[in-house]
Design a protein around this ligand. Structure first.
Ligand code: SF4
Length: 347
């Protein structure tokens, strides 16, 4: 008999499972607290549950957990965890502290198929999708391993393209926001995509309350296709159409992420193209100067060029922030995650 991974179950499903096993109704609450709040991985650790019931659980179910393989701490306090999955593959999660905010960036795939030219994950190729429990457990594990034992915000911006693993990602987000588990509030979650238009439409239908960020990085299709091959399949027009009908809650805007690459996408014509795109729906723009990474053939623009680029956008009345990624010294910044494939020489 195949055992059930209890970390894939919503609270309702967990309650039904416990009821089928003749457990008392309050057992589901106890078990949810052990699995999702205290993060235990063995039934033996559930000390307020009778031994006989724990033994019965062991024959029918298990608790899927990722385990910490290593950890690096940046000079700015950012923590990068390397988590081992049960089949031995690894993914990275990054915990960023800013004021009272503790933001966890999680991975959704081992590697990535989309091969963006500025991204170390893309350069490492694709191995497999993560399942919902593996995504959720990055949150539980990072919280348990962190000093303050809290995660206030969640971003799906680590290894992989979330909308390329749509069903598992939605399942994971429903678990993370299950009112009985209360891992992270739905309005504190950001899904970041390179722009898979059909996935954006589905996300709007299924979880419109999460925030949406789009990694754009160019002002025209030719430049974008050069650094993001997905543009061939979903040109900027198709992407803008999907974003223009995205059911944004009142007052919410879509974030456009723009990694500035010296001499590639940092000219005035690029800012003008970005501005035209950004005016098609409520938006704000984050400019991210590229993090110099060995093996990736791009350079970081000078700060004057970054400010000049920002100025062109501000002139067109856009809300623009310059965001310097956290954790660049430990390869924890945007586009620098690659599991343990690259860690030997890079960290
Ligand atoms: S930027 Fe995102 S979508 Fe592009 S290769 Fe990297 S992980 Fe994949």
């Amino acid at each position: 008999m195949n055992k059930i991974n209890l970390k894939r179950l919503s609270y309702k499903e967990l309650s039904d499972f416990v009821a089928q096993m003749d457990g008392r109704p309050y057992r589901a609450k106890q078990m949810a607290a052990w699995i999702f709040l205290r993060g235990v991985c063995q039934f033996g650790q559930m000390t307020d549950i009778p031994l006989q019931f724990r033994e019965k659980l062991d024959t029918m179910a298990y608790i899927g957990c990722v385990s910490e393989k290593s950890r690096q701490v940046s000079t700015d306090g950012t923590v990068k965890f390397l988590f081992a999955l049960q089949d031995g593959l690894t993914v990275e999660s990054v915990l960023i502290s800013e004021g009272a905010r503790r933001t966890l960036c999680v991975s959704t795939q081992v590697g990535c198929k989309l091969a963006c030219a500025f991204c170390l994950t893309g350069a490492s190729g694709f191995t497999r999708d993560l399942d919902a429990a593996e995504i959720v457990d990055q949150v539980i594990r990072a919280r348990e391993l962190s000093d303050e034992k809290k995660i206030t915000n969640l971003v799906l911006m680590g290894m992989g393209e979330p909308l390329d693993n749509f069903d598992k990602v939605i399942h994971a987000l429903k678990l993370v926001t299950d009112p009985e588990y209360q891992l992270v509030g739905v309005r504190k979650i950001t899904v970041s995509t390179v722009g898979l238009a059909p996935g954006i439409e589905r996300l709007g239908r299924e979880l419109p309350k999460v925030k949406l960020a789009v990694s754009l990085n160019a002002g025209d299709d030719a430049t974008r296709e050069r650094i993001m091959p997905i543009t061939k399949k979903y040109p900027m027009d198709a992407l803008a159409k999907a974003l223009a009908v995205y059911p944004l809650p009142q007052g919410r805007r879509i974030t456009l992420e723009y990694v500035l690459l010296k001499g590639v996408n940092d000219e005035k014509k690029d800012a003008e193209g970005l501005s035209r795109f950004a005016k098609k729906f409520p938006s704000k723009i984050n400019l991210i100067p590229f993090n110099q990474t060995a093996g990736i053939p791009f350079a970081r623009p000078d700060i004057e060029d970054v400010r000049r680029f920002k100025g062109w956008l501000v002139e067109k009345n856009h809300t623009v922030m310059i965001r310097d990624s956290k954790g660049a010294d430990i390869l924890a910044a945007c586009g620098q995650l690659a599991g343990d494939k690259w860690s030997g020489g890079k960290t």
